[in-house]
Structures are given as structure tokens and as C-alpha cells.
Design a binder for this molecule. Sequence first.
Ligand code: HEC
Length: 200
Amino acid sequence: MTIRSNSDRRVTPGLTLVATLVATASLLLIPAPTVAGNDAGKPSYNEAGALILPQGYREWIYVGAPLTPNDMNGGKAEFPEFHSVYINPQGYQGYKNTGTFPDGTIMLKELVSVGAKKATSGSGYFMGDYVAVAVSVKDSKQFPDEPGHWGFFSFGNHPNLTPTAEPLPTASCNGCHEASADEDWVFTQYYPVLRAAKPE
Ligand code: HEC
């Protein structure tokens, strides 16, 4: 036993050193986890003009969670999930300062399924799991011809969100937003966080 533990003692520091060196080297080799320019919540695009899935959006400002449940829509709502809506920090700051959405605003809607309908607090609708991600971006350089300079995107469903998304045709998204959203293609009428942030 003594002999084994002696030899262990001789070998272990060497192994520890090697393991440390390997760990350090692999840390140096790991690329930055986010795409350049994207970590600050700025819209970024690939060369083909597709929007890169924004990173870290669950740490943006959460503005509201509209819900159109099946039970209130004849058993079959088009989108029966919660719509968790976020705005990127630079869009929020611009809106708070000027009362208008600046270029570079990203609105991100993450669908979340209805899970439980009963809790100790009572009956209702409680969030289940993440379902899908849709995005709109205001960018006059990128979308000079889109109404309001808003581009609309769908990143598909969890857990297989697409890393990039092409702009969707104007008619499939933009028209309804233009017709019914209270402010600049955004449904601020459903987002008290934004209404409260708007300067007088
Ligand atoms: C029939 C009308 C209609 C169409 C078509 C539509 N939307 Fe919306 N959208 C809404 C409404 C109403 C809201 C806010 C309330 C809600 O989420 O239910 C909304 C909210 C959003 C939001 C959150 C930010 C905001 O503007 O309020 C995003 C992002 C969004 N939609 C993306 C899309 C995309 C992408 C498409 C096309 C695939 C699309 N929408 C098509 C009606 C529409």
C-alpha cells in the first residue's frame, strides 16, 4: 500500500500538470461563443442578408406575454401559446429616450406552450415549454423597401431553431402589423412596459 501510494504521489503531480496544460490550451482554442456584434443585441446578418439568430435574448427587456388560448378560440387558435415578447437593449434605450423605435430595434417573440391550467393560486394558464421564435427588425439600411423598414423572420421551433433566417415576404407578416399595431408596426397597446417607458 505504501509503495503504491508513493508511486501515485510521484505520478499524480505530473498528470495534474498535463491536465492543467490541456485544459488551459483548450480554453485558448475555444472560439468566442457569440457571433461578433451579436452579443450586444444588435441585429447582424450573414453575407446573403439572412438575420443571425440573436444570442442572449432572454436577458433583454421583457415587454409582455399575450396569450390566445385554444379554449377561447373555438378549440383551435392559430398560435395557442404564450407570446413572450422581448426588445433588445438598444431598441429599448432609444424608445425610452425619444419615444420612437430606433434603427437596430429587434422585437423577439418566443412562443411558450400552455402547461398547467391549475396551480395552488387557482385555475388559469401557466407556462409550459419553449416552442418557437419569431423576430421583427427595424433597419432602414437592410430593409429600405419594406413598409416602415421592418423585416420579419421566423427561426422555426425549439429545440431546432435555425441559426439564420431569411426575411419573410412583406405580405405574410408586415401587412397585419401595419394595419393593426398601435405604433410603428409594434403592438405597443399590449406592452405596458413600453408604454411606461415612453417619454411624456
Ligand atoms: C393577423 C395579424 C398578424 C400577422 C399576419 C402576423 N402578426 Fe405578428 N403580431 C400580431 C399581433 C396582434 C401581435 C401582438 C399580440 C400577440 O402577440 O398576439 C404580434 C406580435 C408580433 C411580434 C412581437 C412584436 C410586436 O410587433 O408586437 C413579433 C416579433 C411578430 N408578431 C412577428 C411576426 C411574424 C414574423 C409574422 C409573419 C410570419 C407575423 N408576426 C405575422 C399580429 C400578426
